[in-house]
Design a protein around this ligand. Structure first.
Ligand code: ADP
Ligand code: MG
Length: 314
């Protein structure tokens, strides 16, 4: 294909709620049903874009932690192994749902692959000195939470806190780039990637989790993504979220995004890393980032909904 006929590269980061919606217990049939909503849209986008999919895993890691705690006979596994487990679990679910979506459209079989992905973190990252990232179930009272883990108080209640260092580089970036060039749909960096520390040519896993939005922005930078969509459970990013003055943003320039983030409109652990990821993406050469809801990925890409981030806004 001549270069100008090449499809642009699209990265879609799916939030944990793409599988388990608020108020659901998260049975497997609920998860498959929920996943079909974003994935059918992604299937329809395959003629237009080369596609990379990343995903969150917080509810799934939360349930694996609960499972392993309820069976003292089995040795406990560190977070890096739980992240690897969820990459396999969700990679399988996304791949099979996407394959069915493509078949429903009558598309010829499209190559898909889900990749176990490592993400390098820095052992000197100050995050290692304090666990701050909430994961897993919410406990109304402190005493209801299982013991042996640090807790963090969130607006909804107490949750476990884990260490969350920043992504430095995606280990499989070259492989991902090659697969994308070949028009494979690549599912990677699930749950922010398996956190590893590099020691020469060797990597060793660490008991931590990386934010999937920040890992996605790093992936976008290293692979060369044109458009970055973050799909979550709200229509976009809002100023004064949750207050009477709440207003969802339609179009935001890089400069304004930086200003609103600094002014505290987007909290850590939820909308904060999403807006930060959009800022990183634009700063490292991305053209447009969109935060939209999982059921409005196509509309968000058309520019008709969600929060659209550009380098500058006329
Ligand atoms: P995901 O699983 O998709 O990463 P998160 O729960 O991490 O989702 O982030 C989305 C949540 O961010 C929304 O459900 C919303 O409650 C919360 N949120 C916090 N501040 C804002 C804001 N300023 N605008 C929109 N949503 C916000
Ligand atoms: Mg999140």
């Amino acid at each position: 294909m001549p270069p100008k006929m090449q499809k642009p590269v699209l990265l879609v980061a799916l939030g944990g709620n793409a599988l388990i919606r608020k108020g659901q217990t998260g049975t497997l049939s609920e998860q498959f049903e929920n996943l079909a909503v974003p994935v059918r849209q992604i299937a329809r986008l395959t003629p237009l874009y080369k596609i990379i999919i990343t995903h969150g895993n917080a509810p799934q890691v939360g349930s694996l932690l609960l499972q392993q705690e309820s069976c003292p006979a089995v040795p406990k596994l560190p977070l890096e192994i739980l992240v690897a487990q969820t990459q396999g679990w969700l990679g399988y679910m996304i791949e099979s749902t996407l394959d069915s979506g493509l078949m429903e459209l009558g598309s010829p079989s499209h190559p898909l692959v889900s990749l176990i992905s490592y993400v390098v973190v820095d052992p000197a990252d100050p995050a290692f000195s304090a666990p701050t990232k909430p994961i897993g179930p919410v406990y109304r009272r402190k005493k209801d939470a299982p013991s042996g883990y640090p807790l963090v108080k969130t607006p909804k209640g107490y949750r476990r806190a884990v260490v969350s260092p920043r992504p430095v580089t995606i280990v499989e970036k070259r492989e991902i780039r090659r697969l994308v060039e070949e028009d494979f749909i690549v599912i990677c960096c699930g749950g922010g990637g398996i956190p590893v520390i590099r020691e020469g040519r060797a990597f060793s896993g660490v008991d931590a989790v990386i934010d999937k939005d920040l890992a996605s922005a790093k992936l976008a930078e290293e692979v060369g993504v044109d458009t970055f969509v973050i799909a979550t459970d709200v229509p976009g990013a809002a100023l004064d979220y949750g207050s009477e003055r709440e207003r969802f943003l339609k179009t935001v320039s890089l400069e304004r995004a930086i200003r609103y983030l600094a002014a505290g409109h987007f909290p850590d652990g939820s909308m904060g890393p999403k807006v930060e990821a959009c800022i990183q993406f634009l700063k490292t050469g991305g053209k447009r980032a969109v935060i939209t809801s999982v059921d409005a990925i196509e509309k968000g890409l058309e520019g008709n909904t969600g929060t659209q981030f550009f380098l500058s806004v006329p």
